[in-house]
Design a protein around this ligand. Structure first.
Ligand code: DQA
Length: 147
């Protein structure tokens, strides 16, 4: 059976496409979900794509990924990147590869976006590639899991 990758998205990413398009682009989250679905099939993987505006829900989903033996996690924690010890702690219990994705190049933006709690656990960090970051992450994940 194909390995499952959980792709977890944080607050306000449900509004991708209409949210500050000059920063985040015009592609919607359902578009990204569909493209990830297609790419993962090509890579011999399965994806589970989730988004929530609530920190506790994101923690629950990271825990669930561990309990259901997900092969890897790709996560864009959005604003919780910069504040959430709870998401970091949940990710720290997960044993597979973790890839952190940011659509924007957070290091070119406000100083409060330069620190990520999640980076303390992430094996790979991708920032500034737009929604392409998700596809790069999936492709890299396939390589990591094949090693
Ligand atoms: C983001 C960057 C965060 O700083 C911001 O709060 C987001 C999106 C990104 O994908 O570029 O909501 O994670």
């Amino acid at each position: 059976m194909a390995k499952t990758i959980h792709i977890i998205n944080g607050p306000n990413l449900n509004l991708l496409g209409t949210r500050q398009p000059e920063i985040y682009g015009s592609v919607t989250l359902p578009d990204v979900n569909a493209a990830c679905d297609k790419l993962s099939t090509e890579l011999g993987l399965r994806t589970r794509f989730q988004q929530s505006n609530h920190e506790g829900q994101l923690v629950d989903w990271v825990q669930e990924a561990r309990l259901t033996n997900a092969a890897g996690i790709i996560i864009n924690p959005a604003a919780y990147t910069h504040t959430s010890v709870a998401i970091l702690d949940a990710l720290s219990m997960f044993e597979g590869p973790v890839i952190e994705v940011h659509i924007s190049q957070v290091h070119k933006r406000e100083a409060f976006r330069h620190h990520s709690y999640v980076s303390q656990r992430a094996d790979v960090v991708i920032a500034g590639a737009g929604v392409n970051g998700y596809y790069l992450a999936l492709t890299h994940m396939a390589g990591l899991l094949a090693d």
